[in-house]
Design a binder for this molecule. Sequence first.
Ligand SMILES: CC(C)(COP(=O)(O)OP(=O)(O)OC[C@H]1O[C@@H](n2cnc3c(N)ncnc32)[C@H](O)[C@@H]1OP(=O)(O)O)[C@@H](O)C(=O)NCCC(=O)NCCS
Length: 324
Amino acid sequence: MEPPDRPACGGRLESLLAQPFGDLQPLWAEEAEVLWRTLHWQVEPWKGPMGGLAWVGDGKVLGCLPLCVRGPTAMLGRLFASRWGPTEGVEAGLLSAALHGVFSDPRIQRVSGEFLGAAPRTLEWLVSLWPGQVQPRLLMEVAWTGAGETRTGGLLEPWQGEHLIPAAGLLRRAHGEGPRVFFDPALEDDGGTARLLERIITCPLCGTFEPGASFAARAPESGDLLGFILATRMGTDRGHVAEVAVDPAAQGRGIGKTLITRALEALRGLGCRATHLAVDGDNRKAIRLYRSLGFREYHRFPALRLVRGGEIHPSPGSPGGAKA
Ligand SMILES: CC(C)(COP(=O)(O)OP(=O)(O)OC[C@H]1O[C@@H](n2cnc3c(N)ncnc32)[C@H](O)[C@@H]1OP(=O)(O)O)[C@@H](O)C(=O)NCCC(=O)NCCS
């Protein structure tokens, strides 16, 4: 696998860490404004120092790409380039430089990154370079109006702290050997997965946690956790499904549909005019379920999943293809 060539574009690469915090504020404020205006997506401003790359031109930070390494995995963060500059050129320059750097370190075996704020042409550019290793992620949204049909309503209870540990194990089982687990070191074990879920609840990473619209489904006899949904809120009137999963042994029985329907009803009751979520473009089962509930795709953005040597994961036809 060859990293892409650097495109011609004015400016230079610098370390993100070396940028004075105040110089980054205008870019991050612009990112927040663009994502909210175009996608109804609320991002938290960065609060502390961040490793990665910055693109600097005319004395301004024109773009940034946070990067961190955990074990053999390099994770690229929120890629964003100012809409006032040569946006696509800066994004491509940051990505190609990051990939050159990452793959020159022999310890790094894989790279992942989701680029919600990337310009639409960056997705096309990446797909043309690595068809099969760039996964479009879909943003889907519904303006929920009806109660819908649910057949397992009695199973649900409000989300509580005691659900966290079983939910972590369930989430890993639900994703199996699929790429989400392979490319996210946080999901490597139940402890890391529990910390990830805790962060959704305690930090506004992906919206502000909405306990009144988050539920767990338990088996009536054993009390075992069968599924859960964590809902958040972005702004005052947008709901968001941050996580939903059903134990593989309990899938296909309407539990996922019931969890989502109850969350949508609760979010609407809390003043949300619409609710959105992000899903991998090839998670056909989840997408079919969302469509059946009225969700419509309104945006696509690239998720990069590269393996040294260029193998595609999971290999075609392998089981466990569930994606978040
Ligand atoms: C996506 C996911 C949450 C769906 O959960 P689920 O409980 O299997 O979903 P449901 O049973 O409600 O719906 C799935 C199917 O069962 C059908 N169904 C609904 N009620 C049913 C019932 N009582 N009996 C039988 N089938 C039923 C649904 O119509 C749907 O049919 P379809 O596959 O033809 O569209 C689950 O597959 C999962 O955990 N996947 C892995 C994690 C993941 O991808 N999460 C989403 C991230 S965005």
